[in-house]
Design a protein around this ligand. Structure first.
Ligand SMILES: Cc1cc2nc3c(=O)[nH]c(=O)nc-3n(C[C@H](O)[C@H](O)[C@H](O)COP(=O)(O)OP(=O)(O)OC[C@H]3O[C@@H](n4cnc5c(N)ncnc54)[C@H](O)[C@@H]3O)c2cc1C
Length: 291
């Protein structure tokens, strides 16, 4: 089963923050994934599925349970014209490139999201007003002892940054795309969006992307900017000067620093605008649960 103990999580997420996982495993096959899920359940351990860790803030004292890293579940195949089947650990960017190369329209608006397809589907990742859930045909969900059942996307509860998958495990995904487009046009569109993203976000700094969900018409970034907190720092963490809805790790930030900034922003925005900002970042095993 290739189980490791006391593995530092800071090296496994974009934020570069976090203590040790009690147990850590990197399954190479879906059978190994199933075995790990069953083992964790039998041991009564809290479980956390980790993709690329690009939307995660681990606690300074780590995770007292089993972390399953999907990065080696990377098989992709075309099941029929327009249908791409991908295991959970496939990088979303490589699927965007693959679909664009084939001239299959549908993923060109999702370049530069640094996660896996499993993480993207779990959190219904979005860009340019589009959501990945709209491209999902079926999801293979895995539970202890179960066969890994394929369910139709329509039976999930999709909403803004939410798939309704919650505590279940995404083993693989089938994406429904539309063949027949000009590959170069799709690539140009992706490149344009990626350039826009990297020029308006602190893209190469350690972060989790947007720290808060947008509360409605007005964006969280705009509210934070209006509240005068852009650039504020605590310890090694700073509210980005480039994009106020990013809190970046400038070096040596602790989870606690980020949490304090989150609370400061929530307090200020509540006081000034009577709006409750909800975290988008996932904080495994920490106060407030996954959200
Ligand atoms: C620079 C930057 C830009 C970003 N831009 C965007 C953007 O434009 N749009 C957007 O929506 N997000 C964006 N993000 C956030 C992040 O990239 C996405 O949320 C991404 O989909 C997370 O995927 P991941 O594999 O990294 O998941 P992780 O961060 O590893 O995990 C996120 C959540 O998904 C769950 N999860 C992961 N894999 C599975 C699985 N196989 N089964 C069950 N649950 C699973 C985890 O348990 C966790 O709750 C950005 C982040 C960064 C750092």
């Amino acid at each position: 089963m290739n189980l490791q103990e006391s593995i530092q999580l800071s090296g496994r997420c974009w934020y570069r923050i976090g203590g040790d996982a009690k147990y850590f495993a990197v399954p190479k096959t879906l059978d190994e994934l199933k075995e790990l899920i069953s083992w964790g359940k039998a041991e009564g351990l809290p479980r956390f599925l980790l993709g690329h860790g690009s939307n995660v803030l681990f606690a300074d004292d780590g995770f007292d349970g089993l972390v399953i890293h999907t990065k080696k579940l990377k098989a992709v195949r075309e099941t029929e014209e327009g249908l791409l089947e991908a295991e959970a650990g496939v990088p979303l960017q490589s699927l965007v490139d693959d679909a664009n190369d084939r001239g299959w329209q549908g993923l060109e608006s999702f370049p530069g999201i640094p996660g896996t397809i499993g993480g993207a589907v779990w959190g219904n990742a979005g860009a340019c007003g589009e959501e990945i859930g709209d491209r999902v045909h079926q999801v293979q969900l895995m539970e202890a002892g179960g066969p890994g059942e394929w369910i139709d996307a329509a039976s999930l509860c999709w909403s803004y940054r939410c798939s309704g998958i919650e505590d279940r495990v995404v083993a693989a995904v089938r994406l429904q795309l539309s063949p027949g487009s000009d590959p170069q046009q799709l690539k140009n569109r992706s490149q344009e969006l990626k350039d826009r993203k990297t020029s308006t976000q602190p893209y190469n700094d350690p972060s989790c992307g947007c720290i808060f969900r947008n509360p409605g018409e007005i964006s969280a970034g705009e509210l934070i900017e209006k509240s005068g907190l852009k650039g504020t720092s605590i310890g090694g963490a700073r509210i980005s000067r480039e994009h106020a809805n990013f809190i970046v790790n400038e070096g040596g930030a602790r989870s606690e620093d980020i949490e304090k900034l989150i609370e400061q922003v929530q307090r200020r925005v509540r006081d000034l605008f009577q709006i409750e900002l909800v975290r988008e970042v996932i904080m495994p095993g920490q106060r407030g649960g996954s959200r």
